[in-house]
Design a protein around this ligand. Sequence first.
Ligand code: CP
Length: 343
Amino acid sequence: MDASPSPDQLSFPAAWRHPHLLDLERLSAAEILAVLRTADQLKTMTEGCRRKVPLLTGKTCANLFFENSTRTRNSFSLAAKRLGADTVEFSSSGSSVAKGETFVDTAKTIEAMGVDWVVTRHSTPGTPHLLARELDCCVLNAGDGPHEHPTQGLLDMLTILQHRIGSDWKNEAADPEKVFAGMTVALVGDIAHSRTARSNLWGLRKLGAHVIICGPPTLVSHRWEELGFEVAHRLDEIVHRCDVLNLLRIQFERQKARPFPSVYEYAALYAMNGERLRHAKDDILIMAPGPINRGVEITPEVADGPHSVILEQVTNGIAVRMASLWLLANAKENANASAENLS
Ligand code: CP
């Protein structure tokens, strides 16, 4: 067990310069690893994300959610509070959006109340990128339609690192592009509509993992092969090769037509169950971003079994979000200080 470091032992990583966290596709391996190392340190410092460390006292984080959320919204809120910041909770239902106020005007209104970060979730891809251009404060993407969910990708990678990669990755001398070398991770399910899949596959590959994208042909395009990912349409053919399975929910709410005849037929081919677990590696890690649909992508015996780290992913969500808020706020302050020195 690591000794709890004090807050002044947290040093700002030279690799990080961004005032916004919008996606993982455009981050480098070194930048991703910088967030993961900071998250790991903050998790230890806050004794498993439970204790307060006043690193962001006096700042305010606004959650602007235009879609439902349990994990992401609450863990951003807790992350801000653990670091001493205040929070503002906005939900589109019950707001002046119903009176015709636009998305950008709503965000600018909340920003004018004096916030340092806007965390946004919206069904339209690119909305956080739009806010990053329109607002002066830091912007974090908490999920933009089927595009990306960067903090989910980061918390998934942190969970894999903590379980499977020893401690070499914490060393500054580690090569960021080889941290996951030799590791095979399969993303299984509704890839077509999954922002979690996109953030995971970019992030995992940058850090050196072999990524398999698995699901029905209606939800997993062979175009992914053109980008260098392995595509599989039968879980039974790949399960024995995987070190990690990340089981994604079928997102019926985003589908225009049903991509398979019935949930029963989907589960027969793709649900991770006890029988499939018998063909997997002894130390396979079972993950799911949640919410999980028991009996569809995962059976209760697997979700609640010894290989499952689903609830640990939730705890790591607070760690990654603490790291993101702290890194963005410091990058913004550093940029403002540099601009003042130049003027
Ligand atoms: N994984 C995830 O984004 O969960 P929520 O929709 O509950 O935030």
